[in-house]
Design a protein around this ligand. Structure first.
Ligand code: 0O2
Length: 210
């Protein structure tokens, strides 16, 4: 049953949790270094802030249900091979170009392998959600050898982040139920409006850099 599975997830959580915690420490530190490096080298860093999180068990359970993953005893193997966002890093940048500069940087790193990239800036979700998602494996060196641990890196501008954080809270209020159609439409409009800020800021940046 759902409850049995939830208990099982909690039991195995510590075992699973460790490698994701290691991966997150690694990723967090990687981008703090990049932030410092770009600041000192160019007097400018594209990073506004970085946020790291481990997916909580309830959110994992919901995702398993959403993906119709069978609740069999090999579930912990399945989790490791099917769910890539247990370790999550969010990088919030100043300008749209910075999102792609970060992406290019990540693609060049030897300690990060790219599994797949989803560009919800080019192709926003029906909700209006915009962000660049990179599913990666990050290199972790342990006492017994090298581990490549899956993680999801979300890269977006402050304006996209403001929209996503607020939309998430509004949706949370309606958890279980669907938020009204009219509210959904307003959120899509707000997403478009917030993108105008990003575009205008980019134009201004280009003018000033000339
Ligand atoms: P939380 O709280 O971040 O853990 P896949 O992993 O590709 O098989 P999925 O889950 O559809 O399938 O991947 P996707 O859509 O690339 O990324 C999901 C994550 O993106 C979500 O994580 C959110 O963080 C974010 N996201 C996606 N769509 C929206 C949206 O409409 N609004 C907001 N605010 N965020 C969104 P989780 O697991 O839902 O939650």
């Amino acid at each position: 049953s759902r409850m049995d599975l939830f208990e099982m997830i909690q039991k195995y959580w510590d075992t699973l949790f460790n490698q994701y915690e290691m991966a997150l420490n690694e990723l967090k530190s990687d981008f703090q270094i990049i932030d410092l490096d770009w600041k000192t080298r160019f007097g400018y860093t594209p990073i506004e802030h970085i946020k790291a999180r481990i997916k909580d068990p309830l959110s994992l359970l919901k995702k398993l249900e959403r993906k119709n993953i069978a609740l069999t005893p090999d579930i912990f193997y399945t989790i490791q091979t099917e769910i890539f966002d247990i370790a999550g890093l969010r990088i919030v940048t100043t300008f749209i170009d910075d999102v792609y500069a970060m992406k290019d940087h990540i693609m060049e790193r030897e300690d990060i392998r790219i599994i797949r990239i989803k560009d919800y800036i080019e192709n926003p979700k029906p909700s209006g959600y915009k962000s660049l998602h990179m599913v990666v494996e990050t290199k972790v060196i342990t006492s017994t050898g090298i581990l490549w641990v899956p993680a999801e890196i979300q890269i977006r501008t402050s304006s996209m982040d403001f929209w996503a954080a607020t939309e998430h809270k509004l949706n949370y209020k309606y958890e279980g139920g669907e938020i009204p159609e009219d509210a959904k439409e307003q959120l899509v409009e707000l997403s478009k409006a917030s993108f105008v800020w990003d575009q205008q800021m980019s134009l201004l940046r280009n003018q000033l850099l000339k």
